[in-house]
Design a protein around this ligand. Structure first.
Ligand SMILES: Nc1ncnc2c1ncn2[C@@H]1O[C@H](COP(=O)(O)OP(=O)(O)O)[C@@H](O)[C@H]1O
Ligand SMILES: [Mg+2]
Length: 277
């Protein structure tokens, strides 16, 4: 048995988190201490609870059981007003947190700043935006609208927005999903750069193993609500558990194959031609 994590084992600590929606247990007694200044990557099949777990780290979801600590301070029971202050220490790049289409790049980047602070010095603000956009290679795009940007450029702007308040922690949910391999690698490089230049702590949810191997100091795999593997890239590559090997090599597991066989080999027609009219 491994020793359970303690509130001061990391900058961000989830202790015995269970999360149920109705009777469905999505997270089953998960403990994880996120080490300061490191990049922790969470992998696992679709629907295994990665996003739900990530939301607990910033208390966008509250646990059914268990506790969450930020810098040894329990945060899962705090009020929304107290959480708003704590969240200024976080940057997040979530799938749902896409850019606001009706705002320019500039307005998108200053959004979290204006939400939390009363801005009086607009020259300093413009300099700050310039610096943040330069960091992600997007200076000069201040007056563009998201619709005129590529997928990779949008992700970069959302990263600039995530670092607008000089966060101590950045949470990324599937930052490379939907991007081509080269654009994905630009995002990987940015995650590494932000870690190296800002000494930021990162937690990244991904199912992109290439990205995981490149950016992770530590990889944690979720499966059926539990952590089934935890270690550096080599530990994960050489992990003896079948489920881990199947996942990292993108293979279908025995259980899924059996379910397919049970369903027969003849696939039901899912769409009728008129669906496309
Ligand atoms: N607010 C919610 N209410 C009910 N079920 C939810 C809610 N949020 C997530 N779930 C369920 O929890 C499971 C894990 O979801 P999620 O964390 O989004 O998976 P993923 O690992 O793909 O990010 C899914 O089955 C999802 O349907
Ligand atoms: Mg998800």
């Amino acid at each position: 048995m491994r020793k359970n994590v303690q509130p001061d084992d990391g900058i961000l600590v989830a202790q015995n988190i269970t999360k149920q929606f109705g009777d469905r247990v999505v997270l089953d007694n998960i403990s994880l201490a996120v080490e300061e200044g490191k990049t922790t990557v969470i992998i696992g099949p679709s629907g295994c609870g990665k996003t739900v777990f990530m939301k607990h780290l910033i208390v966008l979801e509250r646990p059914s059981k268990g506790q969450v600590f930020f810098k040894n301070d329990r945060i899962d029971e705090k009020s929304e007003a107290d959480l708003a202050k704590i969240r200024t220490k976080y940057g997040f790049c979530f799938q749902m947190g896409a850019l606001f289409d009706s705002l320019t790049v500039y307005q998108n980047v200053i959004f979290p700043i204006e939400q939390h602070f009363k801005v009086t010095d607009y020259k300093a603000l413009a300099d700050l935006v310039k610096q943040k956009l330069a960091m992600v290679g997007m200076d000069g795009f201040q007056n563009h609208y998201p619709a005129s940007l590529s997928g990779g450029q949008k992700k970069r702007v959302s990263l600039a927005r995530a670092i607008a308040l000089n966060p101590e922690i950045i949470l990324y949910d599937e930052p490379t999903t939907g991007l081509d391999p080269i654009t994905s690698d630009v995002i990987n490089e940015l995650v590494l750069k932000l870690k190296n230049e800002l000494a930021v702590t990162s937690v990244v949810v991904t199912h992109d193993m290439k990205s995981a191997y490149k950016i992770a100091d530590r990889i944690v795999m979720f499966h059926q609500g539990k952590i089934i593997a935890d270690g550096d890239a080599d530990h994960i590559r050489n992990h003896p558990h079948d489920v881990v090997q199947q996942f990292i090599h993108g293979k279908v597991g025995e259980a899924e194959l059996a379910a397919l066989r049970l369903g027969g080999t003849k696939f039901e027609t899912q769409f009728l031609p008129e669906d496309f009219l």
